[in-house]
Design a protein around this ligand. Structure first.
Ligand code: URA
Length: 250
């Protein structure tokens, strides 16, 4: 488009009559679903490398990178427990590793207090891209470029688009126990009717033939008010102790 075509007396400037678009319309994704991408992977390394280019839903557009699962025992084939969160947060999105921000620090402390050796675990998320909205810096309704990125809950479509990665991680790791951290992971794996508030700390059989348990998300402990935070933390540790006992009895 030449500079002239932008002059107001241009009889038919490009886009005439169209509402002003504040953001470019996303192009439709025609990339393969995660299921197809994950199919060929023979190792976690393969899977991780393939997932790095995942475009199976739109979340990759606003995220820095795919945040895949990881665990120190992975290379030795010694993962006994897989812990599954919701999705990476701001710090995880930047670092490219799960649970490295404030919720991760709290989780690490709770694992130690529950007697779980983090070296035997693998930590991952239900959704592997950070979903966020800009912080509303100018009052209600403003969706501009605030500096803070606020976590937004992944929807059913995003969770299901990402699911093949989680299934493939579990299939390669074959853990003795899967621990769902919070309702998103628990309901994705154990069904919509699962209620963390009522069923936390129970051990049950679930998809893939694995044993499962669920507890609250570490972020919910961070969000608890001063009066309830200590009890919320103790509850998380108590549920993780159940998980530790399952491994001890195996
Ligand atoms: N919350 C999650 O669910 N996962 C992370 O990796 C970090 C925060």
């Amino acid at each position: 488009m030449t500079q002239d075509s932008l002059l107001p007396d241009d009889p038919e400037p490009e886009g005439a009559g169209m509402p002003l678009a504040l953001e470019p319309e996303p192009e439709p994704d025609d990339s393969p679903p995660a299921r197809v991408l994950a199919e060929g992977a023979r190792s976690l390394g393969d899977l991780r490398a393939t997932a790095a280019g995942c475009r199976a839903c739109h979340l990759w557009r606003d995220a820095t990178q795919t945040v895949f699962g990881e665990g120190p025992a992975e290379e030795r084939g010694a993962v006994r427990m897989v812990l599954i969160g919701e999705q990476p947060g701001d710090s995880e999105d930047v670092e490219g590793r799960p649970f490295v921000g404030p919720a991760g620090a709290l989780l690490d402390r709770a694992l130690v207090d529950a007697g779980i050796d983090r070296a035997q675990t693998y930590v991952t998320n239900t959704v592997k891209h950070f979903k966020w909205t800009p912080k509303d810096v100018r009052g209600p309704g403003f969706r501009g470029t605030g500096k803070r990125r606020i976590h937004a809950k992944p929807n059913a479509e995003e969770i299901s688009a990402c699911r093949p990665w989680l299934d493939a991680e579990l299939a390669l790791l074959r853990p003795e126990l899967v621990v769902c951290l919070g309702a998103t992971a628990a309901q994705a794996l154990l069904g919509k009717a699962f209620r963390v508030t009522r069923q936390r700390g129970e051990v049950l059989d679930g998809p893939g033939g694995y044993r499962y348990t669920a507890t609250v998300h570490p972020s919910s402990v961070l969000r608890a008010d001063d009066a309830t935070r200590a009890a919320a933390y103790d509850g998380l540790v108590a549920d993780l102790r159940v998980a530790a006992q399952v491994l001890a009895a195996a």
